[in-house]
Design a protein around this ligand. Structure first.
Ligand SMILES: C[S@@+](CC[C@H](N)C(=O)[O-])C[C@H]1O[C@@H](n2cnc3c(N)ncnc32)[C@H](O)[C@@H]1O
Length: 533
């Protein structure tokens, strides 16, 4: 389609067509009403003019553009162009995920998925979750349905679906996206029309106890994106504290309606304040655990929309922080019965030994990893990880590495290779609790980490860093989220969590064969704390 705004002469108004002096914004402000201004902005958007260009033309920020759209359409949508023609029914070359790191580079444009609802999730996520944790005919619940991604997938996969959203505009969009009839030749099983209504995730009183086979949902976490302008009960309007309080109600209702033995998958990300991470992901996991759920899997979902140029990139270099490039997808289970853990009595004994890592080559900060997901080749994994930590968080002369190893009587334990020197970085490389550690092992491990931190904290300079390398593990079929537990445990007044980095090896995701019921844990964490000034 011909783009009127692009082809209009530079000084001609897009509303009245008359020539003007100065900026278009100024002309509209003086000659037209606010309403006409908004209509002109929306017309430009409908014509497919890029957001940045609209910003330049009308002198508005991206946030203001979002507000105009949300106010007019009742929801935050990114594309106002007409719906595309349906091209495919299924993703091409689809393979179910087998590890704990999920990464979908393609948007996913099969069936009616078009990504126009701002903040929708990749259709690959509900597809994987539904295929793994439900069977045809099962009831899947998504109480934050948004643009309908989960409902479309449930319908395509022959599951029944209950879909709710607080925003009536989202319910309409979902119903629109569900207007398709899959061809019987491709879909020989029964197809169920999802039940889509306006509803509040905190109150599922019209759904019976123990009636749902799978919950699969993506909450609007705490004000990061505004989904509506004036919908009462929209959780995206809340502060993090209030959001977590309200999510307690969602978790309690989820626990009530789910059948015993069934799963509840929630996608949630972190946010940042004063250049430090706020672990909303780990806090939300705690909310669901407190409601009675057990953690079956903890998946890391990579995000691919992190730009390595532009405003945030420049800021991240200037202020030494990483761009958030991952979210968490905890898969909770409502257990069949509350069977106590089989406690293994043997406790591993740990103590710390200091090892000196090879001094890294000096690098400029902009040559290092810039996001929260670090992916290195297996052969150089440890070396590159160490270099990134040491180069970014120390001045290279005053750092110490504690390798926290299994203790035996003959081992010599040296405490510090730098004597009494003050440190800019203390890097604790903890052993990973492999091979089904007992709950006591885990308790002991956490205690040891806390002790090491307590002992060594006075040696770290103010403004210096403490970095802990660790990994989740499994006990009796459930995930022990060790990184989360360390974050929960380390509450020292002068320590401030700066980053949660996820590190993984190149290619581990695609090369791994299906490991049966469980996902293979292929990621580690670096918990980066700053010592307060
Ligand atoms: C992240 S979006 C979900 C996007 C969805 N997964 C998709 O692919 O389109 C979160 C949704 O939660 C809805 N929401 C916010 N507060 C709610 C509440 N109290 N109950 C139900 N839905 C709510 C918002 O309207 C928004 O559509």
């Amino acid at each position: 389609m011909m783009n009127n705004h692009m082809h209009r002469t530079k000084n001609e108004c897009s509303i009245c067509g008359k020539p003007f002096d100065g900026s278009l914004r100024e002309h509209i402000r003086t000659q037209h009403s606010e309403q006409e201004f908004k209509q002109a902005v929306l017309k430009a958007k409908e014509e497919g003019i890029p957001d940045q260009k609209i910003g330049e033309l009308f002198g508005i920020t991206f946030r203001q553009l979002e507000e105009i759209i949300t106010e007019t359409y009742g929801m935050n949508i990114s594309v106002l162009k007409k719906l595309k023609k349906l091209k495919y029914w299924e993703p091409k070359n689809f393979r179910e995920e087998t590890t704990t790191v999920w990464s979908f580079k393609q948007r996913g444009n099969w069936a009616t998925h078009d990504g126009r609802y701002r903040g929708n999730w990749s259709p690959y996520i509900p597809r994987n979750v539904i295929l793994k944790y439900s069977r045809p005919g099962d009831v899947v619940l998504d109480y934050f349905i948004g643009g309908g991604t989960t409902a479309v997938e449930a319908k395509l996969l022959g599951r029944r679906c209950i879909a709710r959203d607080i925003n009536p505009a989202c319910v309409n969009l979902t119903l629109k996206n569900l207007k398709f009839t899959p061809p019987q030749t491709l879909f020989p099983f029964s197809i169920y029309e999802p039940d889509v209504t306006v509803g509040d995730a905190r109150d599922l009183s019209n759904i019976s106890d123990n009636s749902i086979d799978l919950i699969c949902a993506h909450p609007p976490y705490a004000g990061i994106i505004n989904y509506s302008s004036d919908v009462e009960g929209d959780l995206s309007k809340l502060s993090i504290e209030d959001f977590l309080k309200e999510m307690k109600k969602v978790a309690a209702e989820s626990y009530r309606v789910l059948k015993p033995g069934k799963k509840c998958a929630i996608l949630i990300g972190d946010t940042r304040k004063h250049k430090h991470v706020i672990p909303v992901g780990f806090h939300t996991i705690n909310v669901f655990l407190e409601a009675g759920f057990k953690l079956k899997e903890l998946v890391i979902k990579r995000q691919h929309n992190c730009k390595t140029t532009g405003f945030w990139y420049e800021k991240s270099i200037k202020y030494n922080f990483l761009l958030l490039a991952h979210e968490y997808l905890p898969i909770f289970e409502k257990t069949e019965s509350s069977h106590p853990y089989l406690l293994k009595e043997n406790i591993r004994d740990y103590s710390s030994v200091v090892s000196v890592l090879e001094k890294p080559r000096l690098k400029k900060i902009n040559e290092l990893e810039t996001t929260t997901v670090w992916i290195f080749h297996e052969k150089e994994f440890e070396e590159r990880l160490n270099k990134n930590v040491i180069d970014r968080y120390s001045d290279r002369n005053e750092y110490s590495t504690i390798v926290f190893t299994s203790h035996s009587e003959n081992e010599t334990i040296s405490q510090n290779d730098n004597g009494k020197k003050r440190l800019s970085l203390l890097f604790i490389k903890s052993p990973f609790l492999k091979g089904e550690p007992s709950l006591k092992d885990i308790e002991y491990y956490l205690k040891e980490i806390k002790e090491i931190v307590k002992r060594n904290l006075p040696n770290i300079n103010k403004g210096g860093f403490l970095v802990i390398q660790t990994q989740d593990t499994k006990t009796d079929g459930y995930v022990q989220p060790i990184a989360k537990k360390i974050v929960d445990t380390l509450s020292f007044d002068n320590l401030w969590l700066k980053e949660i980095v996820v590190a993984t090896q190149e290619g581990t995701n695609s090369s791994t064969q299906h490991s049966g019921e469980f996902l293979k844990i292929v990621h580690q964490y670096l918990l980066i704390y700053e010592v307060k000034i």
